[in-house]
Design a protein around this ligand. Structure first.
Ligand code: ADP
Length: 798
């Protein structure tokens, strides 16, 4: 039913109209002013307005204009009713105001009713069309929505992420195939699906809290959780996101959610973090065995369930770190290692990797592997206890040198290694190898620095000659021994700077390590010959030579050789004399004169004494050497001793020698052992006579100074060259070892004299101007009973 609005200021007119229109069966609303009409139209619609033109206040035209101005009422047809305005102007004004018709009063009721009926029908048709259009619009919308949802689902199915939707209350109403694939279930009713079963227990509380919070606040949800994959039971990290979708009124009608697999990203982050931490541990100390142990424990459980690190030491692999989640298993690994040491030629494992420097990855360890490698039942049992599931092993290589290997294994965690894990292990090994290499380089540098210090302080001369024969190291001892300064030798050819090197070097034994036998070679230094004991060791860059100065030792050696000759000769001469005398005395065929017999017996006696003297000297020298000689000090009269010595010498004095004693009448007693002091005087007087082959006076002079009594024995014999005046006091040293002058001796007399004088706290030296003879001087401290004797050691001259 349509509504007809009647507007007339006169109630009777309205009544009349109502009566006329009543048969149309429409609802008729009558108002008495333009204002009332406008007010009605504010809230209501109608099919037609019958509007009186002549009205007080707002007339019909004004009212119509206002009606047409409003969007909501513009479309309503208006029929003007007028009694007065019959002229054309009015009619025109009415149409301008939006009239559809103009009806003059008094009007024909029939015609008016017919006219109104047409308008009502028109209006109703229009209304129907409008309604139909609206229906179509709504249908279209639903279609669009359906298509949209389909598209969304298509999208949801085609993207790799897990997609789900939930109703406003959070109950799931859709999941894409990826969700089903991952969780492996086709829930009968998604609404009842307990997704909480799929979240890692550690992440669940946070997940529930965030989801509840999102449902309350309707804010977007974002949470990282580990979700369990049905196919292998492995938890993988996911980022779960959901946003609310609201209707026009703003109420949440749906949640659109996605779960993005973050495992790889998370693992990459973890790997980076692990490498960072391992790197820090490796860089923290030079004790690389300790840092490797730390790296092993860092890698468990993050990249392995257990980890073993082994380093090559002198060609053999040494296990330096074992880490396992479970300390008992560490023990197990040790036990395995000890009981069943790995075969060095094995085709898999640490040894193989250390040998080939190639990584190994066994994503899935074959179940029968333990059975194949086990050596006996216990071995198999231990291997099975380890439960190896996935394994990888990488070499430790730095600067092309393999230093060992790292092996990782997975067991209880149920994961398997893949190329990414191998990459991580190789990266870790690379960093560890660099750290080890650095530490070793550091120690090497340190060792070299220490070696440098040693070279600087060692007493042996050390020098290094490179392959080109250039001296590249010359230590201070070498400088000192050879008197060749480092600055003059370094970086120059050895042959150019070391005198006679070309002749010496072929004699020097060059070995490949310590223990090379040294050779003694002569080297001319500053015009003098030094004897060096030298050996060399060859290495990649050249040869290092070590030498020591054995000139003195060499001289002693030579002296010893000479001594043997001398002593042999010295012993043989009296022996020959004794033997000759004895043989002559024993001859039956020869009648020996009594005088000759006595003479021969004298020879035996004298030569025996001489033999005894030699043997005594040897014994005494050896006692002095070993410090076993005891001296009994007491106040001794030197004059008395000197007289006795001269008297004794007089008995066998050659004819061309004259012995003289020059002495003050009174001399203080000296502190001495008279027997030893006599020995010294006898030796000096005997030498003076012996080494004066041309004869001449031998003078024994006694003097006193403040502290000492001085004895000088002066001859006019052979004399002693200045450079040998010290040496003659050395054991076995003789100016004429080969006895070219025919003067025999052992070279022990002066040595014994010097040692005895030192023990008597005295001094002995010689003064000689070559052929002008020699004067041997002995000074012995005066006896001072109250005072302790001064120290035995005397300096120059001795
Ligand atoms: P020996 O006389 O048995 O050879 P000594 O030790 O007594 O041993 O003397 C060592 C050397 O010193 C002698 O061989 C000799 O060459 C030299 N010598 C010692 N005394 C004299 C001297 N008075 N004049 C010259 N040379 C001497």
């Amino acid at each position: 039913m349509s509504t007809l609005l009647l507007v007339d200021d006169r109630a009777e007119n309205l009544l009349a109209l109502e009566a006329i229109l009543e048969p149309l069966g429409q609802q008729v609303v009558s108002v008495t002013s333009g204002m009332a009409a406008l007010k009605y139209l504010l809230h209501n619609d109608c099919a037609l307005i019958l509007l009186d033109v002549q009205m007080p206040d707002l007339d019909g035209f004004e009212t119509a204009t206002l009606i047409k101005q409003r969007d909501k009422s513009r479309h309503i047809p208006i029929i003007f009713l007028t009694a007065i305005s019959k002229d054309a102007t009015n009619v025109f004004q009415g149409y301008e105001a939006g009239a559809v018709d103009y009806v003059m009063k008094p009007f024909d009721a029939h015609a008016l009713r017919a006219k109104v009926a047409v308008f009502v029908e028109l209006w109703e048709k229009g209304k129907q069309v409008e309604e139909q259009a609206e229906r179509i619009r709504v249908q279209d919308l639903a279609e669009v929505q359906r298509v949209g949802e389909e598209r969304y689902r298509f999208l949801a199915e085609s993207i790799p992420q897990q997609v789900w939707t939930a109703l406003g209350d959070g109950s799931l109403d859709y999941v894409n195939q990826q969700v089903l694939d991952y969780f492996g279930t086709v829930p009968e009713g998604l609404l009842h699906w307990t997704w909480t079963n799929t979240v890692h227990p550690e992440d669940l509380p946070a997940a529930i809290e965030r989801w509840t919070q999102a449902l309350e606040t309707e804010d977007p949800l974002e949470v990282a959780v580990r979700l369990k994959r049905a196919s292998d039971g492995v938890y993988r990290w996911h980022l779960s996101r959901a946003v609310a979708f609201r209707d026009e009124a703003g109420a949440v009608v749906k949640w659109f959610g996605t779960n993005t697999d973050m495992e790889d990203q998370k693992r990459a982050e973890e790997r980076q973090q692990f490498l960072l931490e391992a790197g820090a541990a490796l860089g923290a100390s030079l004790d690389y065995e300790r840092t490797l142990a730390e790296v092993a424990s860092l890698s468990v459980p993050r990249i392995a369930d257990w980890c073993v690190i082994a380093l090559l030491e002198e060609g053999h692999l040494k296990q330096v770190a074992v880490a396992h989640q479970d300390p008992e298993k560490v023990q197990l690994v040790h036990e395995l290692h000890e009981r069943y040491p790995a075969d060095e030629d094995a085709s898999i494992g640490l040894h193989h990797v250390a040998r080939t420097a190639e990584s190994e990855l066994m994503a899935e360890v074959p179940s029968d592997l333990a059975g194949r490698v086990a050596r006996d039942d216990l071995h198999l049992e231990l291997l099975q206890l380890l439960g190896l599931r996935s394994y990888m092993c990488v070499p430790l290589v730095a600067r092309g040198r393999t230093m060992g290997a790292l092996s990782f294994a997975l067991a209880e965690s149920g994961r398997n290694y893949g190329p990414d894990d191998l990459w991580l292990a190789e990266e870790l090994a690379r960093r560890a190898a660099i750290a080890i290499d650095n530490a070793q380089l550091y120690f090497e540098a340190e060792r070299r620095a220490q070696a440098g210090k040693v070279l600087d302080t060692v007493g042996d001369g050390v020098f290094l000659v490179d392959r080109e024969g250039t001296v590249i190291l010359w230590n201070p001892a070498a400088e000192q021994i050879t008197a060749l300064r480092q600055a003059d030798v370094l970086n120059r050819r050895a042959a150019d700077v070391i005198p006679g090197w070309d002749a010496i070097s072929p004699l020097v034994p060059v070995g490949s390590g310590p223990g090379t036998r040294a050779e003694t070679v002569p080297l001319e230094v500053g015009g003098k010959e030094r004897w060096l004991s030298i050996s060399g060791v060859g290495f990649d860059e050249g040869t290092v030579y070590a030498f020591r100065d054995i000139t003195e030792m060499h001289a002693v050696e030579e002296m010893k050789t000479d001594f043997v000759a001398t002593v042999s000769h010295e012993l043989r001469t009296p022996l020959a004399a004794i033997y000759g005398a004895a043989v002559t005395l024993r001859r039956d065929d020869l009648k020996v004169d009594e005088s000759i017999r006595i003479r021969l017996l004298d020879v035996v006696t004298e030569e025996s004494e001489r033999l005894a003297q030699i043997v005594n000297d040897l014994l005494l020298a050896s006692h002095l050497d070993s410090g076993r000689l005891q001296v009994a000090m007491r106040p001794t009269d030197v004059r008395e001793l000197a007289v006795a010595v001269i008297d004794s010498a007089e008995t066998h004095l050659p004819q061309n020698i004259v012995l003289k004693l020059i002495s003050p009448k009174r001399l203080p007693a000296v502190a001495a052992d008279p027997d030893q002091l006599r020995r010294v005087l006898v030796n000096l007087v005997d030498n003076a006579i012996k080494y004066s082959p041309e004869g001449g006076p031998v003078e024994v002079k006694l003097e006193r100074s403040a502290e000492n009594v001085r004895v000088s024995v002066r001859d006019h014999g052979l004399g002693i060259p200045p450079n040998e005046q010290q040496l003659i006091f050395e054991k076995f040293y003789r100016l004429d070892p080969d006895m070219n002058r025919g003067i025999g001796g052992t070279g022990l007399g002066l040595y014994i004299s010097r040692e005895l004088v030192h023990r008597l706290n005295g001094k002995i030296w010689v003064e000689s101007a070559n052929s002008a003879g020699s004067t041997f001087i002995v000074e012995i401290p005066v006896a001072r009973p109250a005072k302790k004797p001064a120290r035995a050691k005397a300096a120059q001259p001795s």
